[in-house]
Design a protein around this ligand. Structure first.
Ligand code: GDP
Ligand code: IMO
Ligand code: MG
Length: 431
């Protein structure tokens, strides 16, 4: 058996760290790209030679022709979105030649998206999650109550009908009795689902075995996490989280690979903090600094277009995420956005009613009440978006990178200084 060559890439904050860009950048050396959890709630942006592509469901390696891309069993797949994304790539001349979809991935049905929106509307203002409306939560609910439809169920018309009849009856009870909505007619759900089955059939494959063979054959596999550690269903800021295991551990159940298959765990860290949706965010800056970060960083959601909440780097949250993910390598993104921000603030601890907290609190309500304790580091004014070597960065920017690696006890092996694939400083990530 050859040496295992599997990298797992995960987000370290509340998502949108630039995972898509890093995946695309590493892509030239990768044989197999894999998504293992979440669904079309993700929005991963890749920019090559000024051309922008946002992936929601498909792995961000899809721009490399001929490589294998895998959607693992842990995903919740919206077939409409899947077909839209594959068609878009085809129309750009980037055919999805080698795309494999697990038969065990769950199907996001129209009633999941409807219920996602209705549930969100019904939540009181203080309990709103700010979901992406992509049906993620309701689909995972069906998975765990063991009544969900899996991709394999779409492939056989009779099986689909048999499974869908009681399922839709139950959904219609909820829609009519709880939400005063009209029931969904069976044929309006069944007929498109049949068509999806036909369209998806060529992609369905035993992805666990495919991946096992690829790992054992020494192929370079990149597992692309969606969302991020602080949105994890168990370890994130519950209930203001998504419905999947977004930390490193989720990649195993979501693919059938094993923990000892991994070579590296790459944590993608944005040089400041953003969050989209509701929930605590200790370093959120509602003043000029937050607005400047939003404008300079173009911080508007890649999936919903919502303005992202912005603030300084939160080392307490980052240390927690780094430990949770077992991250041994860091990719630091959007360093260029800090240019001209003046002195850079970093949250080193929290203040909770006069008590200093150095560790991430387990209680989300405590996190809602804490105030950040900041240290200030020197900033810089030089444009760094053209830097391609670490030594070309201003001393203050270099010091900021070193500060992060010291505090997180892991090397920053890649620094991104702009959205384009080329705007990157490689400090050994691709060695
Ligand atoms: P993801 O969900 O983690 O893949 O991140 P998103 O694609 O949702 O959001 C990251 C945004 O930042 C996208 O618009 C990227 O094009 C952009 N981006 C990524 N890296 C950099 C960088 O180093 N500098 C700047 N200015 N933009 C970046
Ligand atoms: P990427 O992969 C940022 C957030 C939503 C909401 C919460 C639950 O691009 O980093 P959901 O629709 O999943 O039930 O919403 O999670 N959220 C994300 N925030 N980036 C994402 O993905 C996200 N996916 C979900 O805003 O607060
Ligand atoms: Mg995103």
């Amino acid at each position: 058996m050859k040496n295992k060559n599997v990298d797992l890439l995960v987000g370290a904050q509340w998502g949108d760290e630039g995972k898509g860009k890093v995946v695309d950048l590493l892509g030239a050396d990768v044989d197999v790209f894999v998504r293992s959890q979440g669904g079309a709630n993700a929005g991963h942006t890749v920019i090559v030679d000024g051309q922008k592509v946002v992936f929601h469901l498909l792995p961000s390696g899809m721009l490399y022709p001929g490589k294998l891309c895998v959607l693992g069993n842990g995903l919740v797949i919206d077939p409409e979105q899947f077909l839209k994304e594959t068609a878009e790539l085809e129309s750009r001349g980037q055919a999805c030649a080698r795309l494999a979809v697990s038969p065990h991935a769950h199907v996001v049905m129209p009633y999941h998206k409807l219920l996602d929106r209705l549930q969100e509307q019904a939540r009181s203002k203080s309990r709103k999650i700010g979901t992406t409306g992509r049906g993620i939560g309701p689909c995972y609910v069906d998975k765990y109550t063991r009544c969900g439809l899996r991709i394999e169920d779409l492939l056989d018309a009779d099986v689909l009908r048999e499974r869908l009849v009681p399922l839709l009856e139950e959904k219609n009870q909820i829609l009519t009795h709880l939400y005063n909505e009209k029931p969904l007619p069976f044929d309006e759900i069944y007929e498109p689902a049949r068509e999806w089955g036909k369209a998806l059939a060529p992609y369905v494959d035993d992805t666990m075995t495919l991946l096992r063979k690829a790992v054992d054959g020494g192929q370079h596999i990149l597992l692309e996490g969606a969302q991020a550690a602080l949105l994890d269903i168990d370890h994130g800021t519950y209930p203001y989280v998504t419905s999947s295991s977004t930390c490193a551990a989720g990649a195993f159940t979501g693919t059938g690979l094993a923990p000892n298959d991994l070579k590296r765990i790459i944590s993608v860290v944005k040089a400041y903090t953003t969050r989209v949706g509701e929930g605590p965010m200790p370093t959120e800056d509602l003043g000029d600094d937050g607005e400047k970060l939003r404008q300079q960083g173009g911080e508007f959601g890649a999936t919903t277009g919502r303005p992202r909440r912005c603030g300084w780097l939160d080392m307490v949250g980052l240390k927690y995420a780094t430990a949770l993910n077992g991250a041994d390598t860091i990719a630091l993104t959007k360093l260029d956005v800090l240019t001209g921000m003046g002195p850079i603030k970093v949250c080193v601890a929290y203040d909770h009613n006069g008590t200093r907290l150095d560790r991430y609190p387990t209680d989300t309500r405590v996190l809602e009440e804490v105030k950040p304790i900041y240290e200030t580091l020197p900033g810089w004014t030089e444009d760094i978006s053209g830097c391609r070597k670490f030594e070309e960065l201003p001393a203050a920017a270099q010091d900021y990178v070193r500060y992060i690696e010291r505090e997180l006890n892991a090397p920053v092996k890649l620094v991104a200084v702009g959205p384009d694939r080329a705007q990157t400083i490689d400090r050994g990530m691709r060695d």
